[in-house]
Ligand binder design. Structure first.
Ligand code: ADP
Ligand code: MG
Length: 256
């Protein structure tokens, strides 16, 4: 059975693309068959994050009925498939976003997971992306503006009768002014399924055009994204830090 999962948020810049690209890779590492879809048609960057910024055929061409979907499916060197969007502004003309659900429908049976990234906001583009998915992951940061936008998105998701899997809280700095997991769960009325820390390795991995899960699998953000991938597949996640990390920790423990 194919699970079509959308990462959405309302607010921009909270980490949808980062988590979508890393989740696609982490699920692939677990042996799952994955298709990543860049359903962010106005400001796409999933392909950029995955090192494939320019593709001959894109989701835009498919939505304009200029090419068949199979022509816009690329095998990524990391082992998953990618349906990229066009980075060119002139490709926005004639695109029918309302066709997104029919695109994902035709992906049923072609993978274990379809992981979709989408645009910020709650306009037609983001709404069509929600309509095209079966399950929704809300991405937020632990601050009031992002949680307020995630809540609005959750209400839209409920209206469209789609299932919210849960909330991913990203860029946690463990500061006293941040909203806690319990506060976020209370506001959005959905469980927090992952807490991803602020991690400089994420920015480094993006510069290297690689998912942080591959760039530095033991970095704090990568570990939490891998934990999320395990959770989605129902596998237990037993993380053991590499030996040199543990020795360093013990040394610091002795010295302090
Ligand atoms: P969105 O797709 O929601 O607009 P992005 O995934 O593009 O957000 O992330 C926005 C920025 O935040 C990126 O520059 C990325 O490097 C940074 N970022 C995302 N998650 C983290 C994290 N856990 N730690 C540090 N930086 C992060
Ligand atoms: Mg994005």
């Amino acid at each position: 059975m194919t699970r079509i999962i959308l990462l959405t948020s309302g607010k921009g810049g909270v980490g949808k693309t980062t988590i979508a690209s890393n989740l696609a890779y982490a699920l692939t590492e677990l042996g799952e068959d994955v298709i990543a879809v860049d359903a962010n048609l106005t400001t796409p960057n999933l392909g950029l994050c995955m090192g494939i910024p320019l593709a001959q055929h894109t989701l835009h061409d498919v939505l304009r009925r200029e090419t068949k979907l199979r022509n816009a499916v690329y095998m990524h060197p990391y082992g998953f498939k990618l349906i990229p969007a066009s980075m060119s502004i002139k490709d926005l003309g004639g695109v029918d976003v309302g066709r997104l659900p029919s695109v994902t429908l035709s992906l049923l049976g072609q993978a274990d997971y379809v992981i979709m990234d989408c645009s910020a906001g709650l306009g037609r583009e983001a709404t069509s992306a929600i309509a095209a998915a079966d399950e929704i992951i809300l991405v937020t940061n632990p601050d009031l503006p992002s949680v307020a936008d995630a809540l609005k998105t959750a209400n839209l998701v409920k209206k469209l009768k789609k299932r919210i899997i849960g909330v991913v809280v990203n860029r946690i700095k463990r500061k006293e002014y941040e909203l806690s997991k319990e506060e976020i769960e209370g506001l959005i009325e959905a469980p927090v399924i992952a807490e991803i820390p602020e991690d400089v390795e994420v920015a480094r991995s993006i510069a290297a055009k690689r998912p942080v899960v591959d760039y530095n699998p033991n970095s704090p953000a990568a570990v939490e994204i891998r934990r999320l991938a395990h959770k989605l597949t129902g596998r237990p996640f037993k993380y053991r830090r590499p030996k040199n990390f543990r020795i360093l920790e013990r040394l610091i423990g002795w010295m302090t």
